[in-house]
Design a binder for this molecule. Structure first.
Ligand code: HEM
Length: 453
């Protein structure tokens, strides 16, 4: 096996000039899963650049917990910064603590409880629109739910509605573009390829829509009780407010980091329930006991155990954020390797979650592996990353997904809607395509049951 000077094995199959570009574009998940066989640290090539993939949970934890040495950087983070501005998800360690402090209050438990009312309302609106026997395009429905809910959490003012629509429409091209641009060699990134053009246009339109909303909020000067109003009112220790560029970057980051990830998680969860009627029936028994026939709310969350385990298992099987990069800011020692400053490191929740050494039967859907009595090695479940850069919206996403899934199974039986298996497109998130589910209404059965009682 070829090794470089740091003792790190090189993954086989790199082509001259493009390196591992083709497997990374065509079937990156399969490619990633081959890497642990070559070592705990494996070197891959993206065009002229090399990157080291970290293949062991314990080592991934070392990377995530030392965010000063393993700083945000590398091609994916650079593309995120280019698309969104230097917001919290891509800023360097030196700027991160201050940025996190200004955003954290918007994700406190008190705020989440208020956002849960918006979630319940949006879930109700979406699911009462379905009709008995209808085949739904799950991806579209869950995207609509996540984008509507998150955008309303960020800006509630009526005047922001057109911006919400524009950004929601642009996000799919932005996600696709960020991943493609990250793996393309720099020369190809600048060519007017149709995919590059679509990405630039989508990014510019979304950018302009968010700028306009910030100006509208500054002009009307009112507090709307949403995340944008909170950011506009933030003051640092010297009494200084945040500039428009920073507010813009944070709003774009929250939209991009929150919508697609949550929509993708819910899409996979609905798909998996339609494929596993036994789990679906157990979940329905749980919601019948906790909710009866009503929509799930914040106060129900502590009793919706199985719903939470179904979502956790979905995030293990199909982690929406499946690949991330870091750059070493100084020489680092990882396992036995000495890693020079400026090295790109890759960690992949998908790779870790699918390694049979750490998650037995990695490809089966088994929510009970998350029962409290089951033991798991530390760092083997990382859908939200870890350390100081851990997802800021993890509780938001778990709340929305738990409320939505519980309400859906309460009112609808989910059956296979199409013959084809969903395909996965490699973009920023593990997005499934063609997820069709037939929904069978249960409201009339529930009404008859309540008359009998
Ligand atoms: C199921 C849904 C979600 C998943 C799987 C997810 C996953 C992740 C992951 C893995 C990271 C760390 C990335 C890294 O290590 O480089 C992250 C960061 C982040 N996420 Fe999420 N996310 C989800 C939903 C959300 C939501 C709903 C929001 C907000 C509305 C959000 C906001 C953020 C932010 C701001 C960061 C950057 C945190 C920092 O660097 O301090 N995410 N997310």
């Amino acid at each position: 096996m070829a090794k470089n000077h740091g003792g790190i094995t090189r993954a086989p199959g790199a082509l001259p000039v493009v390196g591992h570009l083709f497997p990374l574009l065509r079937d990156p998940l399969r490619f990633l899963n081959t890497l642990p066989a070559h070592g705990d640290l494996v070197q891959i090539r993206l065009g002229p650049q090399t990157a080291v993939v970290v293949c062991k949970p314990e080592l991934v934890q070392q990377v995530l917990l030392n965010d000063r040495i393993y700083d945000k950087g590398g091609p994916i983070i650079e593309r995120v910064g280019n698309a969104l501005g230097d917001g919290i998800a891509s800023c360097p360690h030196s700027a991160h603590r201050r940025q996190r402090r200004s955003l954290q209050p918007a994700f406190s438990r008190t705020c989440l409880r208020e956002y849960a009312d918006i979630m319940t309302d949006r879930i109700d609106t979406l699911t009462t629109g379905w009709s008995d026997g209808q085949t739904i395009e799950v991806g579209e429905q869950m995207y609509a739910l996540a984008s509507d809910t998150i955008a309303r959490t960020l800006f509630t003012a009526e005047a922001a509605a057109p911006a919400v629509d524009t950004v929601s429409a642009c996000l799919p091209d932005i996600f696709r573009g960020i991943y493609q641009q990250a793996v393309l060699p720099p020369l190809l990134r600048r060519l007017p390829l149709p995919s590059n053009v679509r990405y630039e246009q989508a990014r510019n339109r979304a950018w302009a829509a968010v700028s306009k909303t910030i100006s509208l909020y500054r002009q009307d000067g009112e507090a709307h009780g949403d995340v944008l109003s909170m950011l506009l009112a933030t003051r640092d220790d010297a009494g200084e407010g945040l500039g428009d560029a920073e507010i813009h970057a944070q709003i774009m980051t929250l939209l991009v980091a929150g919508i697609d990830t949550t929509a993708v998680a819910l899409t996979w969860a609905v798909h998996l329930l339609s494929q596993h009627p036994d789990v679906q029936e157990r979940l329905r028994a749980e919601t019948a006991e906790v909710l009866g026939a009503r929509t799930a709310t914040w106060d129900d969350l502590p009793r919706l155990d199985l719903a939470r385990r179904v979502i956790t298992e979905t995030l293990r099987l199909y982690p929406p954020g499946w690949i991330f990069t870091r750059t070493t800011s100084a020489e680092a020692r990882l396992a036995d390797a000495v890693i020079p400053p400026g090295t790109t490191l890759v960690y992949s929740p998908y790779l870790i979650h699918h390694d049979a050494r750490f998650n037995p039967r990695p490809d089966s859907f088994d929510p009970d592996r998350w029962l409290p009595e089951q033991e798991h090695e530390r760092g083997t479940l990382i859908p939200f990353g870890g350390g100081a850069r851990k997802c800021l919206g993890d509780n938001y996403a778990m709340t929305l997904a738990t409320l939505a899934l519980s309400t859906i199974v309460t009112h609808w039986r989910l059956a296979r809607g199409g013959l084809q298996e969903p395909t996965i497109e490699p973009r920023m998130t593990l997005t499934p395509h063609r997820v069709q589910v037939r929904v069978e209404g249960l409201r009339s059965e529930q009404a008859a049951e309540s008359v009998r009682q």
